[in-house]
Design a protein around this ligand. Structure first.
Ligand code: ADP
Ligand code: MG
Length: 731
């Protein structure tokens, strides 16, 4: 009998060689194999008769091979296969498919799946590039029973593996065998109350039905992964992710942290620095942060707020709480420009109050670096600002109290965990290196963790935020500071550039500043695109010779970048020509116009971030999306969305939809847990449900959930998290 944990090579028909191929697909155990779900199903219960086929229809046809052959056209070889049912015939074509040459023998039974189309020359129906499967070799006299997995039912279609060596058909048989030899008593790991509440079918039934649906199953539900079998398996996966995150959150909360004091003196200090009245949202969020900081457990909080919502000042206020308690604060930004910008704002806002602020970035010369490090190690520096590299370099803090991570729109559960872990090690290291000892004379390495505040500017749809950052508490700045007039966004084709230049000139005459953004730095990168350097020359010499124009892009050395940014900030430049380096966080309230050329080339999140550079002051701001050349359908949707809304959440939702979660969150290394059966977009409602149920179960034991069930769920969780997600230990 097979258990879910049995290595897959013990399934009959697998063996070590194939096991290796499967392992490359992440299939190691019988459980993995059974969670390798069909990506679609074919209705071979009611296959179409060739005679009834209509043009434009997606259909499965089961027929006999009549003849096949390769013919060459001037452009490419084409493989042609004719199949028949009685007198009716259907032609199938594959381009460049010399490999199919000896594949088919007359008389074979074959299933083809594809879109029926009319041949423009002779009006006959044909299928181009169908998916196919040889069902039986009538010549070899294969027993009909063997093909009963292939016809006369709804048939699961699997992605093949090992460069086609492991076919869909192979999966079908092996998965069938695995199901048949699976132990009858599969441990049920989802607590009974949850199963009942959601009417979940048993694991065993779900595994059978997801691979071998019953004849009456809704085909639509199957294709959209919405059958009871799918629901059960998807829910289970999400449920255990949520249980794990929730558990980790609880553990973190139980650890020893710093209980910062928030007395009148500290309150006064916080108020003193405010250059304006905080918004209600800022007050609410600061309160949440301050409450966390006062607790004797480490804070793990995500501060989410759209661009321009005023996160920076809130983080400075949190910094003051830590500093006034005698601790140091690290503020880390994703880019050097942004770190510098935080540094300038910090000096502007905090230095008058006498706080000692240092900037530590890679571009400092080594003497300055050493000097700065010493200040940090001795505890002189109270607020240390740098890039994320701050934690990678050997920086020792005398007394770290709060780590602020400005992620802007980068993500990553794992990445973040690593950061935190390091900061923990640092804490211990630095304590040890300070030679503190406890009463027994041993080095004092109390595991006191600093508080952590993560800020992100990307409005992540709530359900996803809860998963990605499920182990963090969430604060949302959902209100923009007052006095902002909505940004006007327009699309203009770039043959109307002169009108745009005129408009820019008028705005500059009113004392405002303007950004021009280009998709590439230098010309050769992509010939038809306008490049920042070339356009800088054109704009500064020909179009606006009388204005002061600056250039900013990623290849300038850091000092120069810094200088350009600074003089633009001071208003000494009227126009800044740039690449997307300005996308994150640059804050110049006097800039009111953003011209983006080749706007069709930018991603939605990127456009939204870029647009966040304007509309930061009281004056009316304009975002001009110039387009040149061909625009894809998706490009059209992006531009439309930008014109229609400035609601970051709406934009994020659409972006997610257009790009899918992988792209949206960056590559896999961004730390997204990879899912076996769930899909974060498709299954968002189930995710929400899983989250609620996970929290309810962990709140137990009670009348509903027994201790045994909880232990069982936790045991299952431990196994899953180690095997599947490879994440840090839980529980
Ligand atoms: P974020 O980091 O969330 O994108 P910032 O913190 O940079 O936003 O704030 C955007 C702009 O709004 C800055 O110029 C900041 O000084 C200003 N600002 C922030 N909070 C307020 C407020 N309560 N009232 C007026 N202006 C504010
Ligand atoms: Mg900011």
């Amino acid at each position: 009998m097979l258990e879910l944990t049995t290595p897959v090579q013990y399934v009959k028909g697998v063996g070590p060689k194939l096991a290796e191929i499967l392992a490359a697909k992440g299939i190691v155990t019988v459980g993995d194999l059974l969670h390798y779900l069909p990506f679609r199903y074919e209705d071979r219960l009611n296959p179409r008769a060739i005679a009834e086929l209509r043009a434009g229809e997606m259909a499965t046809i089961i027929a006999e091979v009549r003849n096949s052959g390769l013919f060459r056209t001037r452009r490419m070889p084409i493989f042609q296969l004719t199949v028949g049912q009685g007198r009716a015939r259907l032609r199938c074509l594959w381009f460049n498919a010399t490999y199919l040459q000896d594949k088919f023998k007359p008389g074979q039974l074959i299933a083809v799946y594809g879109k029926a189309e009319r041949d423009s020359r002779n009006g006959e129906l044909q299928i181009i590039q169908p998916q196919y499967e040889v069902l039986g070799d009538s010549a070899a006299g294969e027993a009909p029973a063997a093909s009963s997995l292939e016809v006369g039912r709804i048939v699961p279609i699997y992605e093949s593996a090992g460069a086609g060596r492991v076919t869909s058909r192979w999966f079908r048989r092996v998965i069938r065998t695995a199901l048949e030899t699976l132990t009858p008593d599969l441990p049920e790991t989802i607590p009974a109350v949850v199963r009942q509440r959601l009417a979940l079918i048993s694991l065993r039934e779900a595994l059978w039905k997801v691979h071998w649906p019953e004849a009456g199953e809704s085909f639509e539900d199957l294709q959209s992964s919405r059958t009871p079998a799918h629901t059960r398996l998807i829910f289970e996966e999400l449920f255990f992710i949520e249980v794990g995150l929730e558990l980790r959150k609880r553990q973190q909360k139980a650890e020893t942290g710093i209980a910062f004091q928030l007395d009148d003196r500290v309150r006064e200090a916080i108020k003193k620095i405010l250059p304006f009245h905080p918004t209600a949202a800022q007050k609410k969020v600061l309160k949440e942060i301050a409450e966390d900081m006062q607790k004797p457990h480490p804070m793990r909080r995500l501060l989410q707020g759209d661009v321009g919502s005023g996160k920076t000042i809130v983080s400075f206020q949190a910094a003051i709480i830590a500093i006034e308690n005698g601790y140091q604060v690290a503020l880390m930004a994703p880019t050097e420009i942004l770190a510098q910008q935080h540094y300038f704002s910090a000096r502007r806002i905090l230095e008058n109050a006498g706080y000692r602020i240092v900037l530590l970035t890679g571009s400092l010369d080594s003497d300055r670096k050493r000097e700065t490090r010493r200040h940090i190690a001795q505890g002189n520096a109270q607020l240390v600002i740098g890039t994320h590299a701050l934690l990678e370099e050997k920086v020792e803090f005398a007394k770290p109290g709060l780590v602020i991570v400005d992620e802007q729109h980068r993500f990553g559960v794992l990445q973040r965990l690593k950061l935190m872990k390091k900061s923990v090690e640092r804490t211990e290291d630095s304590r040890a290196s300070l030679g503190r000892t406890d009463q027994g004379g041993r080095p004092h390495v109390a595991a006191v963790e600093p508080d952590v505040l993560v800020m992100t500017a990307t409005p992540i749809p709530r359900t996803l935020a809860l998963t990605l950052y499920g182990d963090l508490d969430l604060s949302v700045l959902d209100e923009l500071p007052p006095g902002r007039t909505p940004i006007v966004t327009r699309r203009i084709s770039d043959d109307r550039s002169p009108e745009v230049w005129d408009f820019v000139r008028k705005q500059v005459a009113k004392g405002h500043q303007v950004y021009f953004v280009y998709p590439v730095i230098a010309e050769q990168e992509e010939s038809e695109l306008k490049a920042a350097i070339k356009m800088y020359r054109e704009l500064s010499r020909e179009v606006f010779p009388d204005l002061k124009v600056g250039l900013l892009h990623g290849r300038l050395d850091a000092e120069l970048k810094d200088q350009v940014m600074r003089i633009f900030q001071k208003g000494e430049l009227q126009i800044l020509v740039a690449t997307t380096v300005i996308e994150v966080g640059v804050d110049v309230p006097n800039a009111t116009v953003l011209v983006i050329e080749h706007a069709e080339r930018f991603g939605l999140a990127q456009l939204h971030q870029l647009r966040g550079r304007i509309g930061r002051g009281a004056a009316k701001s304009y975002c001009i999306l110039m387009t040149g050349g061909k625009i894809t359908e998706e490009g059209e949707r992006r531009l439309d969305t930008m014109v229609r809304t400035s609601d970051g959440f709406q934009i994020a939702e659409l972006d997610l939809e257009l790009r899918g979660p992988g792209e949206f969150f960056g590559t896999r290394q961004a730390g997204m847990p990879s899912f076996q059966v769930a899909n974060l977009i498709r299954d968002r409602q189930l995710l929400e449900l899983a989250r609620r149920e996970a929290a309810a179960v962990l709140a137990g034991p009670n009348d509903e959930v027994s201790q045994i069930e909880i232990s069982r769920a936790l045991a299952a969780l431990r196994m899953r998290w180690q095997q599947t997600y490879g994440l840090v230990e839980v529980g």
